[in-house]
Design a protein around this ligand. Sequence first.
Ligand code: AMP
Length: 306
Amino acid sequence: MGIVVVGTVAFDTVETPFGRGENVLGGSATYFSTSASFFTDVSLVAVVGEDFPDEHVQFLKSREINTDGLQRIPGKTFHWSGKYGYDLNEAQTLDTQLNVLMEFKPELPETYRDADYLFLANIDPDLQMEVLEQVRKPKVVACDTMNFWISSKPEALKKVLQKVDIVVINEGEARQFTGEANLVKAARQIIALGCKRLVVKRGEYGVLMFTPDSVFAAPAYPLEEVFDPTGAGDTFAGGFMGYLASTGNMTEEGIRQAIVFGSVMASFNVEDFSLDRMKRLDYREIEARYRSFKSLTHFQDLPEGL
Ligand code: AMP
């Protein structure tokens, strides 16, 4: 089977210099699974409250996302409010209401437990660990996190980071987690915890992927219209993992292609609010933008003898 993802399914209230969305569909697992669904089968583990409209669940199903692991329990859905200034790289969190997340006990349906690919999207690290313990023999486990959990649950988070193959994290969060200002040194510290790869998301500056002995850089796509960066990180991770799961190619070349597919997906997502751009995206557009990325970064080697 394809990818299992645990994360948040949320209501977001977002303000950017270009507009405002109130109680719109959001959440780390929502963005991740929608993005990954363009490449492979995705099964979601998350919780919502009684106030969550069926229309959003229908949207996930229309993307053929398996929602058997989406629990609906009494209470209100997780709600995040954030704001961006003209520098769209970093969200300022105004409010986080955990609501039903505080009662959530992730319970993987039997069919999810043989997943080959597992993504622990941004959520309470204790819940990430509970999900990790329920899968049998995944080939690849990756995880993400956020400043909220780095400051509230650093020890639980460290245990998760020690057990995964790939860590995907924001530049600012890599610095916050390690207390190291230099990104290369911060990356080394995170890799030393035991993961094989670290992917550092740098907003409009793109992505750096570190292994113990290599660094790969991919730019962000230069866009004229950027409306809402919310979910860019999760959408990146969805494209990255989705492509990996669809090919099973874990060579360095295959993983680098996956990084570019992740960047392609994130570049689409920021073009509109919430998941609106994802809702009208088509696979041919994805391939065309992948090719534009290729020409954007291609340059010739030096001639022999120079
Ligand atoms: P990003 O890809 O980093 O922009 O993630 C945006 C999504 O993360 C939003 O849709 C929020 O609902 C969700 N989110 C915000 N804060 C948290 C948190 N503390 N834990 C889990 N998800 C969160």
